[in-house]
Design a protein around this ligand. Structure first.
Ligand SMILES: [Zn+2]
Length: 126
C-alpha cells in the first residue's frame, strides 16, 4: 500500500511541482506537453525558495530519467516494426517518429521532474 507521503511525491512529480514543498511550479509554462519554452524553469521555487539547479550541469543527469520514458513510449512501436507481418516495418517506424514528436516535451519535462525529486526531498537536499 502506498503511503500518503509517497502518493504526494508521485503527484508532485507528475504535476511538475517543487520537490520540497509540492506547491511551486518547476517550469514557467505549466503542463506536461508544451512545445515553446519547454525547458524554461524557475531558478528558485516561488513558494519555499528552493534552488532548482542545485549545481552547474545538474540537468544533464536528467537524461538518465528521460531515457526510460523514451523507451517506454517507443518500445511497442519497435516491437511492431520488428515482428508485425501485416504492417511491415515502415508504418510502425513512422508511428514511432510521430509518437516521439508529440511526446518529447513530456519525456524531457517529466525526466527533469523525476531527476530533481530524486535529489531533493520534502526537507531539502538529501
Ligand atoms: Zn517549493
Amino acid at each position: 500500500m502506498i503511503s500518503q507521503n509517497k502518493y504526494n511525491r508521485y503527484r508532485s512529480i507528475i504535476g511538475l511541482k517543487c520537490p520540497k514543498c509540492s506547491k511551486g511550479d518547476l517550469f514557467i509554462k505549466k503542463g506536461l506537453i508544451v512545445y515553446s519554452g519547454m525547458l524554461l524553469m524557475h531558478e528558485h521555487c516561488e513558494v519555499c525558495n528552493q534552488k532548482f539547479e542545485i549545481e552547474p550541469g545538474f540537468w544533464i543527469g536528467a537524461l538518465w530519467t528521460s531515457y526510460p520514458i523514451v523507451v517506454l513510449i517507443e518500445f511497442p512501436f519497435l516491437m511492431l516494426a520488428l515482428f508485425s507481418e501485416t504492417l511491415g516495418p515502415w508504418i510502425p517506424l513512422g508511428l514511432m517518429f510521430v509518437a516521439f514528436y508529440f511526446a518529447y516535451p513530456l519525456m524531457l519535462r517529466l525526466g527533469r521532474s523525476i531527476w530533481i525529486h530524486n535529489w531533493i526531498g520534502f526537507d531539502g537536499i538529501r
